[in-house]
Design a protein around this ligand. Sequence first.
Ligand SMILES: CN(C)C(=N)NCCC[C@H](N)C(=O)O
Length: 283
Amino acid sequence: MNAVTPDRAAEGGTTGRTATPRHYLMCAPTHFTVSYAINPWMEPSKPVDTALAVVQWERLRALYERLGHRVDLIEPVAGLPDMVYAANGATVVDGKVLGARFRNAERAAEGPAYLDWFRAAGYTAVHDPEQVNEGEGDFLLTDSFILAGQGFRTSPEAHAEAQKFFGRPVIGLELVDPAYYHLDTALSVLAGDEVMYYPEAFSADSRAVLERLFPYALLATAEDASVLGLNAVSDGRHVVLPQAATQLAEQLSARGFEPLGVDLSELLKGGGSVKCCTLTLRE
Ligand SMILES: CN(C)C(=N)NCCC[C@H](N)C(=O)O
């Protein structure tokens, strides 16, 4: 494990950070709305401005392209309003694709839709999952581990399935607050084995694991977590995150990262933000 030392954590600004070009899969929010509630953020009685969601999402996509990342698109399917949250569509590591199997019936058809995209795109190591897993919503990759959320969506059995399929050690982490129902609402990988997280979203046992693995992690305040500030995407230098997470942005700058705030207010109404809209394709 590439441990982050106190020196490195503190001096971030002077060590310099390197951006690595990424390959992302995104899905336009053409059919986005909030017509059901499967997490506490979703209130079907609240109006959603789909046109504004598209504009905000386009800005995110354009930002990735300006940063030099490649963005592929999957065709949105009418009747699947949450398909915009591409991070839930699969987990891709070493060119191997673990499909998603959703906990809620409302999202069930997204799993096969994403698998079809991967097969059509020429991926050959594609695994149709047996256990419930919601893709990168609950599986996050560091250099040394796959961190895996459980408690609300992805099942512990799916952690074992992922470990077997990818041949990488999977560390299970238990989420306890329904507002942080996916791991990527409570923890974000910044670079290598560096993470930021919101401790209160995890059980005491899992907090102890996180402290042991990442003693110099950046910790988010309740305020920043509550605007989904941890639902961020890092390329090792630039960290794209919700613009309302101002304290996190300061903490990131102090460690030498370049925080880039974006406004995804419409997509927040579905319970997702930057990371949710972004599936990383790791060849
Ligand atoms: C964890 N996040 C933030 C995501 N990766 N996805 C958001 C999914 C939102 C959807 N309405 C749901 O509740 O499944």
